[in-house]
Design a protein around this ligand. Sequence first.
Ligand code: BDR
Ligand code: CA
Length: 317
Amino acid sequence: MTAPTTARKIIIDTDPGQDDAVALLLALASPEEIEVLGITCVAGNVPLSLTQKNARIICEVAGCADIKVFAGRDAPLSRALVTAEEVHGKTGLDGPDLFEPQMPLQDENGVDFIIQTLRAAPAKTITLCPLGPLSNIAAAFQAAPDIVEKVQEIVFMGGAYFEVGNITPAAEFNIYVDPEAADIVLKSGVQITMMPLDVTHKALTTRARIEALRDLNNRAGIFTAEMLDFFERFDMEKYGSEGGPLHDPCVIAYLIQPELFTGRHINVEIETQSDLTLGMTVADWWRVTDRSPNAMFIGDVDADGFFDLITERLARL
Ligand code: BDR
Ligand code: CA
């Protein structure tokens, strides 16, 4: 599918992950609103060797084998990698039958791709969409500070305030894995929109929502339903909820239909020192400090509208 010239130019930075995979499918199914310049992979839910492979599998499921997929960092900036196989399974994409992707992995490193792409672009024209730990984005900003002004917006999944943590009592996984990277991004001065657990825990898969995807009866719909059958069990057991939270697609849905979401423009700081609360996103939701707002912190979503959008778009693949 070719993108019209009005489509927003984005780079998706990701660690698939079933919910990352749905985000990729949603983006690739929406060329009128979104032009995917490339997909950069990062170590997160599973090691980099699997996330880059999973991203290519998803591009092929979407029928978009021409998308450029890059491998970026295989570890956080200054810590050992923490992964989440207990949530996503050994492959990161447990659920459907997986296959060896035929499309190539690009030779260029993902961090270099981010730098080169932004350098070649006019100011404020490229949106970065991180769906995993922020290691690639922070590494690019550190290596090439001149690219920061080229970013239109960063819309990322990460953090939590009212929902506190999912990997520790205080921290959400993406921020916990690389808190120094998150700190660099939040202090970058770029326009930022965050999708924390506060909103993603309202975007729950239900039986009816998964079956609607399976009933599309196309490759993307069936593959997604099989991924979500596996994915939802972890959070259903943990939270006693009726389904699993579809975290990462919130980022892409926001680009397509921002009116589905509401939030507050507030100050958000990252805890990088304390062992107890490492990776906590200290969000000044009640505006009790005079710290300057640096992020649109999303708190609510029209969940029916969100799943309708995903189902309608995946039907196009
Ligand atoms: C985030 O962590 C990962 O497990 C998911 O893919 C999502 O990006 C949720 O905390
Ligand atoms: Ca992710």
